[in-house]
Design a protein around this ligand. Structure first.
Ligand SMILES: Nc1ncnc2c1ncn2[C@@H]1O[C@H](COP(=O)(O)OP(=O)(O)OP(=O)(O)O)[C@@H](O)[C@H]1O
Length: 444
């Protein structure tokens, strides 16, 4: 991006307070968005991708101030970020987070949002044409005939017909409703559209049509787009650049082609590996993302992805098979969280068959991808010791053994952003540390 961006987001945070007790005191916060930064150029589409719960929707609603951000800057149409554009108090005059109600109303003409479920965005009792025309009326166009003409023209441009103006929402399919939602978003001729999972609720056969329409309209109206999706294959079809979000943070950002061809963050790699490939001979290795995104109320220390990462770094002096290492850390974390129920394991195995605990030891090794014998003698001794404790009913002690023996640099250090090539950055400790050989992915 060479010219000044249309939208410039810096260190944006949205923390939801968690309150408890009689006096409703704040006891913590869900850090749904925790310091994200990116720019969107004019006419450009930036994708925001990540699993459910990563904070994508919260980022979207905070950016257009449907929710109040906790902190950060969102500069819209700011031309440049230099001092000349700031007020006496140091706040940029185009910072949406500081807009007055009047400024916000003007901004709402220029920035529109499209949601996942087109059905819930229309009043069933109002003709769809009137729903779209209402936007014009709210923003001061009093001439009814003119409003109707503009809307009829727009309905045609989104692939419907002018006569659809007088029909009601229930008369349209999901895909058609999303076309009407697009018409409504476009009617005020905005500069920016934020589309939150705009095709996820539609049949796969319809998705491609709507994506093509979005692309065509974007070119026709010279729009900038923030396009949110959990699906990398959708991102690939519409986005010029992509920002990958994990647990409130952006872990990788760059041109879509480059990120797809050469992902630099293990999370991006895992998301990409989930795209089904039509070629049965494809050798692309499946990296299974186990578990779900941790809670943003208590995010993991260091790199937030370390609890699920297949490339999690081994400490100095240890060099075991990477899936064994992943398994050791996961077993450690599960024991510490008290999430391993030995009694029910024993019940399932049948007490008589497992009087010496062989069955439990073996089941845990299998479940956590641990070989019968780790290649590192010291690591094997620690694991054996921990498994013995589990068998003895001391899961807490087992967790302590593994915690004192096995730590990863990824849980100790927050990774900096590394620049790989023009406009392509990621935040992973593997790139932070010179001389570290990228470990092979854990086999899943
Ligand atoms: N009002 C709220 N109060 C507390 N936590 C919230 C609130 N809204 C969202 N969260 C939490 O913030 C995190 C991010 O949610 P968000 O909906 O932004 O994620 P997402 O990536 O858009 O996922 P999805 O696609 O499922 O909506 C989640 O853990 C969610 O539970």
């Amino acid at each position: 991006m060479t010219e000044e961006p249309l939208l410039s987001v810096r260190d944006l945070k949205k923390h939801y307070p968690i309150k408890k007790g009689l006096f409703n005191r704040q006891v913590g916060a869900a850090k749904a968005v925790d310091g994200i930064s990116f720019d969107i150029g004019r006419g450009e589409t930036l994708g925001l991708v990540g699993e459910s719960g990563c904070g994508k929707s919260t980022a979207a609603t905070s950016i257009i101030r449907l929710e109040e951000p906790t902190s950060g800057e969102v500069i819209f149409n700011g031309r440049d970020r230099s001092k000349g554009s700031t007020n006496a108090d140091g706040v940029h005059s185009n910072d949406i987070t500081n807009f007055s109600d009047r400024e916000l109303k003007a901004f709402r003409r220029d920035a529109q949002m499209i949601f996942q479920d087109p059905s819930s965005s229309f009043d069933p009792r109002v003709k769809v044409g009137s729903s779209v025309a209402e936007m014009l009326q709210v923003h001061g166009m009093s001439d009814r005939r003119r409003r109707r003409k503009i809307v009829e023209n727009l309905l045609e441009r989104v692939g419907l017909s002018a006569s659809d103006y007088d029909r009601y929402p229930h008369e349209f399919s999901g895909g058609q409703k999303q076309r009407i939602a697009l018409a409504r978003a476009l009617v005020l001729n905005p500069d920016l559209i934020v589309a939150d999972e705009p095709v996820s609720a539609l049949d796969v056969s319809i998705q491609a049509e709507i994506l093509t329409l979005i692309k065509d309209l974007q070119a026709e109206f010279d729009l900038s787009l923030l396009f949110i999706s959990h699906d990398m294959s959708v991102i690939k079809k519409v986005c010029d650049r992509v920002a990958v979000m994990y647990l409130g943070e952006i872990v990788e950002i760059g041109p879509t082609d480059r990120v797809f061809a050469d992902p630099q963050h293990p999370y991006t790699e895992a998301l990409l590996s989930a795209i089904p490939t039509p070629d049965p001979r494809s050798t692309a290795k499946g990296i299974e993302l186990k578990g779900t995104v941790p809670s943003p109320t208590d995010p993991p220390s260091g790199c937030r992805f370390h609890t699920r990462c297949h490339r999690v770094i081994q400490p100095e002096g240890l060099d075991i098979d990477q899936s064994n290492w992943r398994g050791l850390l996961t077993l450690r974390d599960r024991l510490v969280a008290g999430a391993i129920d030995v009694e029910s394991m024993r019940e399932n195995l049948g007490v008589a068959e497992d009087s010496d605990g062989t069955g439990i030891r073996s089941q845990l090794r299998t479940e956590f991808d641990l070989e019968d014998q780790l290649s590192d003698a010291k690591a094997e001794t620690a694991l054996k010791n921990a498994l013995d404790r589990v068998v003895d009913g001391d899961s807490e002690g087992a967790g302590e053994v593994l915690t004192s023996e096995f730590t990863t640099p990824c849980e100790e250090t927050v990774p900096d952003r590394t620049r790989h090539a023009d406009d392509h950055e990621s935040a992973c400790l593997l790139h932070d540390r010179e001389g570290v050989v990228t470990p092979a992915a854990a086999d899943d």
